[in-house]
Design a protein around this ligand. Structure first.
Ligand SMILES: C[S@@+](CC[C@H](N)C(=O)[O-])C[C@H]1O[C@@H](n2cnc3c(N)ncnc32)[C@H](O)[C@@H]1O
Length: 267
């Protein structure tokens, strides 16, 4: 929707300052961010190298997350996607900005991918820290399959059971460990942008934390997986990325949905 939905190409610090000065504070129901992870690597499209080390990384991320907090509605939540490189440091920073008591979930996204160290367990999960702005927030529990031990039916009174090729199962509230595939090389949703996140993961987060028709934002949008899934499910979105390649891919994904939005560039 023009006027509500926005794609911004530019540094998210300037974008956040501009949005807040336009009076868009407290207007977003759910923010998802997938910032650089402090890996010390370059990804072609963007860099994750920090000359000033962890201190510089935390100060840049923390100052932006503090402004994101101002963008959130009083019942809003934010999900910060990271991995082992910096998640424990960012947890402390998030506690400082949102308050320890407003920590809602640590979601662990497990995936399968090639490559494993000979010196440690294979590192095959990311961490998603979720915080609420206030004491109450929007959350809709999602269901998943829970297979019975031995794959046999339990036949407990009043419990509905189902069967598929994996055996007998019940439907339970989704646990905080998410087993979902990465975007595969031959996957139809692949854009070619590095570190692209899968639509299934975005959809699960949106269904859980973003009210139907509500407003969302992603200030490290990359290929735009999150705003694309938000728009496709009828929610509003603000998407921002500093790189032209990322903004171009996001625009073309949203264009494929025939949705009108404002396109801005901040220099
Ligand atoms: C891990 S990627 C995001 C991938 C994305 N979730 C997806 O599914 O494609 C991180 C993104 O943050 C962007 N970025 C880094 N620093 C930024 C900043 N200060 N402002 C805006 N975007 C930034 C990078 O250009 C990169 O596209």
């Amino acid at each position: 929707m023009k006027g509500r939905d926005i794609i911004i190409q530019g540094d998210n610090l300037k974008a956040l300052e501009a949005l807040l000065s336009e009076g868009r504070g407290e207007s977003v129901d759910f923010i998802y961010i997938d910032p650089p992870y402090f890996t010390g690597s370059g990804y072609g499209a963007y860099s994750d190298v920090w000359k000033g080390g962890m201190e510089e990384y935390l100060s840049e991320l923390g100052s932006r997350i503090a402004l994101m907090r101002d963008m959130l509605a009083p019942t809003g939540t934010i999900a910060v996607h990271l991995d082992w490189h910096a998640v424990h440091y960012v947890k402390v920073e998030m506690d400082r900005i949102f308050g320890y008591r407003n920590f809602v979930n640590e979601l662990v996204w497990c995936y399968r991918s090639g490559g494993a160290s000979k010196k440690s367990f294979a590192k095959k999960h990311d961490n998603i820290l979720v915080y609420s702005k206030g004491k109450s927030w929007y959350f809709k529990p999602q269901k998943e399959k829970s297979y019975n031990r031995g794959g046999k039916p339990y036949r407990f009174k009043g419990v509905e059971e189902f069967e598929d090729e994996g055996g007998w199962y019940t439907m339970v509230n989704h646990r905080d460990v998410l087993n979902l595939d990465m975007v595969g090389r031959s996957s139809g949703e692949r854009t070619g942008y590095p570190t692209q996140k899968p639509e299934k993961l975005m959809e699960l987060l949106l269904a859980s934390f973003a009210p139907p028709g509500g407003m969302t934002a992603d200030f490290y949008a990359g290929s735009g997986s999150f705003p694309f899934c938000a728009a496709r499910s009828g929610r509003g979105f603000i998407a921002c990325d500093s790189e032209k390649e990322a903004a171009d891919i996001t625009r073309s994904r949203i264009d494929s949905l025939s949705i009108e939005y404002d396109s801005r560039t901040i220099y």
